[in-house]
Design a protein around this ligand. Sequence first.
Ligand code: ARG
Ligand code: ZN
Length: 855
Amino acid sequence: MRTDTAPSPIRLRDYTPPAYLVDAVHLTFRLNQTATRVVARLSMRPNPAAEPGQDLRFDGEKLGLIRATIDGQPVQVNPDDTGLTVPAALVPDAPFTWEAEVEIDPTGNTALEGLYMSKGMYCTQCEAEGFRKITYFPDRPDVMATYTVRIEGDAPVMLSNGNPTARGDGWAEWHDPWPKPSYLFALVAGNLVSHDDSFTTRSGRKVDLKIYVRPGDEGKCAYAMDALKRSMRWDEEAYGREYDLDLFMIVAVDDFNMGAMENKGLNIFNAKYVLASPDTATDQDYERIESIIAHEYFHNWTGNRITCRDWFQLCLKEGLTVYRDQQFSGDQRSHAVKRIDDVLMLRARQFREDAGPLAHPVRPVEYVEINNFYTATVYEKGAEVIGMLRRLVGPEAYRRALDLYFERHDGQACTIEDWIAVFEDATGRNLSQFSLWYAQSGTPRVRVQETWKDGVFTLTFSQTLPPTPGQPDKEPMVIPLATALLSPEGAEVVAEQVLELTQARQSFRFEGLSARPVPSINRGFSAPVILEQDMDDARRGFLLAHDTDPFNRWEAGREFARAVLVRMLKDPAHAPEETLLEGLHAVLADETLDPEFRALALRLPTAEEVFDAARRDGQTPDPAMIRQALLRLETALARRIPDLRARLDALAVPGPYSPDAASAGKRALRGRLLALLTRLEPDAATARELFASADNMTETMQALSLLVATGQGAQALARFHERWASEGLVLDKWYAVQASLTPPENAPELVAELAGRADFEWKNPNRFRSLIGAFAANMAGFHRADGAGYRLFADWLIRLDPVNPQTTARVAGAFETWRQFDAGRQALILTQLQRISDTKGLSKDTTEIVGRILE
Ligand code: ARG
Ligand code: ZN
């Protein structure tokens, strides 16, 4: 039991408008690695919309206050751990100027929030509440101001938001004319070089584009730059949104807690999502770079020009911006493949979250530490909600609603109610029931029943939403299910339409059919629900062969494979059904299908998916057995494809490496075939050959992964390390491949050994995630029955927590599924959770996550 008092939660219902507003911010930084001085001059005034006569409260953490004045007069204030208060009696009842000078320590800031050092360079991360570690400020998103920044220091490059206004020897000045919340402030200073380009907006404004990186990395910016220009064009075409400054900058930093940050005019990125060259980045890396560059750029309108009133509204900007980046990637590549990838990720991360102790609504109603709510639910489910809205109102009405949103709310800090009102006003639709998607947590289950009588086909749906923390009872939701009916020959006899579920139980009738049809329901995964449908293997095989919706076609194969794996788990002698193997082979052999789609169809379910499916079947599955079943199925599939080798050779992509979707798709399919072939080669000969001959990181990693997974990686790993020891992002892959794929027999031991290496720079979040985070995704290794994995994992969380609470809390989420395991494993995990929770001085971040997991 913890004895210290738990920090009390912040609640949505307690929102009150800020007592004072800030119109303009003037900041002067005198940079010093351990003692930076920050002078902040704020033009403030009482908020006419707030109760008058309130105390003036500033947020502030880890600030050494040097002096504070109001209208030039010193004020006596007593800072506490979270800020300082000026009593109302000392605050003018009219506009006034607050000025404070503080001293901060960027080097000591290992939490990477506020102003910190990364490999000798100064950089900032202010979302959500990092600005309060830079100066005293009402650090909340509904306080918006213009910023003028002066940076003094000896770095060759010194950047902040907006436009450069002046510079001299040892100083630079910046001005951002667009009022913004403090979380969008950014500063960067260091020895950086830039990759430059420009973009002309459709109204003819020329925008300078600069990607800043450390010297030596300038050759790895071209793809990010290209993605940026495509994003800028796309936002003009798809949403009518133009960029609004003369300069757009991106900076790559090595030490970063998250993916990237949309600071106005000065996006700061985890270097992993900027830098790419064929020999250091995989196809997947390129794809992630494209989507994150787009995501941060799109925030300029959905997030920056229109921001959030408070952090409960985070999905207002994140759900919408994820939805926008998904649309963009689909347009740039393949919509079908993109949708499958997104759903795989949604199920792996968000459905998992929704089903466990960390479940929360897309718009949470309380939090202890807001950094713990940058979740799959807020982001990915938040995006699903937008997708459903668009499907319900149609693309034209969606565009009209978005136009109205930008027109009505530009320059404001908004709520989900504002967002919903825009759609109601633009379409005339009542969305009160739909709004439950923002309020009710958990993944809806939709059970379907079919009847066929006298030429009438009826689909009857019943929806339920299981209880989740704090929400025992739920209301029915609006669930849009895109549905078509297929003839026994596979023709669409009833074309796709959206069945709109609004009640707990509801039927839809289809008349005039000459034969019993096969329904294809929730096409394109139109609603993020768990569909429970009675399927036999014949039906699964039929849909895998004939469904006219590519998503559902893929889904049928996946579901078939899950069902077969569940049988194999129950009975280790069960041989995989020939109809599944033949169905997958037929997809492979269908040259009219996109290779990337075929690669996805040939991928087996993840161990986690099989675990869930087996639980629904009433089993308490053992991760070690799941691994065995997956290997057996993979081998059976490999044996079923006669011409593996020939197919693999036929897919070789000629010419120099190009990251385009078509080439990447071929490599993906080739990689799948190589994995299958390796099941038939005890010495993994073909993977060895490819490892030796590969001239790009995609194929190198495909080969290396197989060698590691089959326990034959030693030589290749040594060569890889030798070659890439000085490239941090590539070294991360070396750690991750071993942590995630090493067979369970020695996975915890190997991870412990790797963690002891000198180049395991564990304070770097990418490196930590590459070893400790990736290990938790190695299901059989992490969940080894002796508990060695849990112990090691907990040791590292306890070690990282005082250094970097945010990353610790995020990685700790791996324990969220603990109650789904057998009693033995539960007891072992519980011991570790308690040990973490009992750690003296545990951060608020980790305390909240572990506390909720234990509840
Ligand atoms: N707004 C950023 C994005 O989604 C994420 C930043 C989150 N940072 C954090 N410390 N919670 O692009
Ligand atoms: Zn975002």
